[in-house]
Design a protein around this ligand. Structure first.
Ligand SMILES: NC(=O)C1=CN([C@@H]2O[C@H](COP(=O)(O)OP(=O)(O)OC[C@H]3O[C@@H](n4cnc5c(N)ncnc54)[C@H](O)[C@@H]3O)[C@@H](O)[C@H]2O)[C@@H](O)CC1
Ligand SMILES: Nc1ncnc2c1ncn2[C@@H]1O[C@H](COP(=O)(O)OP(=O)(O)O)[C@@H](O)[C@H]1O
Ligand SMILES: [K+]
Length: 518
């Protein structure tokens, strides 16, 4: 089901810091109980099993680079287990420290012919078809890698494209919870990581380092996992299936709400059409789309299922555009999606202000609605509580200012959701969704084929459609982002990432829903 960077065996949806992972480790050792060396054996056995499964048919030579901590300990065990199964394994010890960790030492006697690396000159020649296993540093990395050890990481990267590089737990050199910047770091094809996502994996700046991530279960203690507190989470199929509500057999179209979309302007009616189609395909009962006069025929022709309201301005929205909306105060629209293709004229900004003054239920704000709020920041204070904002990184920067690095940006995202008491979805490979309580959820579905005009308009339509049906804003957000990405993944599977266009996401939304029933 998943494309690109995520192949998931099991997920604990919490994202833990390196320190919390050490605590999980210690808790498991005490409470399972299990010795640390056996826990290492279990973790390494999962990795060796994955490698046999992935490369076993045409076995390559394996080049296992071990560090001197427990990540290196994992590497030693992997080397032994692969040799035990008859594979051709070359093992190396990178002597970055004076002493090895106890569990690393305990495993050394069981791996013969480990060649020592004390300088770049000791780096081996490797066959082009080999698999490089990177077990030099894991979550214990405490500072950027420098000096000759950095040269070893660069030498491993020199083989990228010729060898397959598999990093154990973390690409060596990557900091789990802070900025790696330009420091030396392995660029992995695969990262086999234990039990939890690391925050660094979810940030765009590390995409090229992490490669495809495989989360392997290593049986860390469930009591610890259930009780540990974390701000960051990854959405998984279990939570999405819990959120999803099948339709009531006795439903009528009024059951699923009457949504209003305020979208489109001269030359940008496509945004309104895409959002409207997506809203209906997401399941809204009724939809009215409010467009400028010249958009009337376009909208009525392209989306006959939707009702259409126009206003007195031929090409854009004016201060009066909320007038028709007033008629629907009772029973009122279930929700409003506003922004796609709207334009940012001053009159439109005034109209947006009026709209936010009149409407107090959660709404969806995207694109030009966000751009107008950036231009007139006092509008931020008028956002209906629990509304959903969906900025892409540029819109986010316009709204809340630039940040030095992506960790700081995440902190800002969460702080703004708390301050404004809204949900904010920062778009990207792993869209980050911040909640009014400060929690941040990452959405793992989606692919680069979705980096195409209009895919954000489709998201606005989906979120509006879900709110309209009565999903809570948080449920709509998590489910909507998941469905949007999954529909994109299903479309790309059939027609390729390259030729995927926004309309395909809408066309595959039905299949994405069906996946939820499996
Ligand atoms: N709970 C878990 O997730 C488990 C983790 N295990 C493994 O244990 C790893 C963590 O082990 P450790 O805490 O021993 O840490 P690492 O093995 O990641 O690295 C620690 C070693 O690197 C040195 N070091 C740190 N930064 C350095 C730098 N910039 N330059 C040179 N040397 C540096 C330290 O002094 C220490 O010797 C995990 O990544 C994982 O591979 C498994 O063995 C078992 C279970
Ligand atoms: N590489 C990617 N992986 C996953 N999802 C992506 C990727 N690129 C874009 N997307 C998704 O596509 C949508 C693009 O939205 P946006 O930038 O607003 O596009 P537009 O303004 O053209 O409608 C977002 O939901 C984003 O998360
Ligand atoms: K590693």
């Amino acid at each position: 089901m998943f494309r690109g960077a995520f192949c998931i065996f099991i997920i604990d949806m919490k994202v833990l810091s390196a320190q919390q992972i050490r605590e999980a480790d210690a808790y498991t050792i005490t409470h399972e109980p299990i010795s640390s060396v056996l826990l290492m054996e279990r973790a390494a056995a999962e990795c060796a099993g994955w490698m046999v499964h992935t490369f076993g048919e045409a076995p390559p030579p394996f080049y296992v680079f071990c560090g001197m901590g427990n990540n290196g300990g994992d590497g030693l065990v992997i080397a032994r287990l692969l040799r035990d199964q008859g594979y051709n394994v070359h093992a190396y010890m990178v002597h970055h420290s004076a002493t090895a960790s106890p569990d690393n030492l305990a495993n050394q006697p069981y791996v013969q012919d480990v060649q020592s690396i004390y300088s770049p000159a000791d780096f081996p020649l490797m066959e082009a078809t080999g698999v490089v296993v990177d077990a030099i540093f894991g979550t214990g990395l405490s500072r950027p890698v420098e000096g000759w050890v950095a040269s070893i990481l660069h030498k491993i990267n020199d083989g990228y494209g010729r060898h397959t590089i598999v990093s154990i737990d973390m690409p060596s050199g990557l900091m789990a919870d802070s900025v790696t910047g330009h420091a030396a770091c392995v660029h992995a094809n695969y990262t086999l990581s234990f039990q939890f996502y690391k925050l660094a994996f979810l940030l765009p700046e590390n995409a090229a380092r992490v490669g495809e991530t495989v989360i392997l279960p290593i049986g860390l203690h469930p009591d610890f996992i259930n009780n540990v507190e974390t701000k960051y989470h990854v959405v998984d199929p279990r939570i999405v299936k819990t959120i999803y509500q099948p339709r009531d057999p006795f439903a009528h179209k009024g059951t699923y709400g009457h949504a209003l979309l305020v979208a489109g302007s001269y030359g940008k009616m496509g945004a309104a059409v895409l959002a409207a189609r997506a809203c209906l395909r997401a399941g809204a009962g009724l939809l009215t789309v409010h467009v400028p006069q010249r958009g009337y025929e376009i909208l009525q022709t392209a989306v006959p299922e939707a009702m259409c309201e126009t206003e007195d301005q031929p090409t854009a929205f004016s201060a009066h555009f909320h007038e028709p909306f007033k008629h629907h105060q009772a029973p009122g629209y279930a929700t409003i999606g506003v922004g796609p293709g709207l334009g940012t004229a001053a009159a439109t900004a005034r109209a947006l202000e009026k709209l936010m003054e009149l409407y107090h239920k959660p709404m969806v704000l995207d694109a030009d609605a966000l751009n107008m709020i950036s231009e007139y920041p006092f509008l931020l204070q008028k956002l209906p509580k629990d509304s959903i904002l969906t900025p892409h990184p540029k819109e986010f920067e316009r709204l809340f200012g630039p940040k030095e690095d992506q960790f700081e940006r995440l902190e800002l995202l969460s702080a703004k959701a708390v301050e404004l008491q809204v949900y904010i979805l920062l778009k990207g490979r792993f869209s980050a969704m911040a909640c009014p309580d400060g929690a941040v959820y990452f959405n793992p579905t989606g692919n680069p084929g979705m980096a195409t005009a209009g895919s954000g308009d489709v998201l606005t339509g989906i979120l509006t459609g879900l709110l309209s049906q009565g999903y809570t804003p948080k449920a709509a957000l998590l489910l909507g982002a998941w469905l949007h990405g999954l529909a994109g993944d299903l479309a790309a599977d059939d027609i390729s990432e390259e030729s995927l266009i926004a309309e395909d996401i809408i066309n595959y939304l039905g299949q994405a829903y069906l996946e939820l029933r499996k």
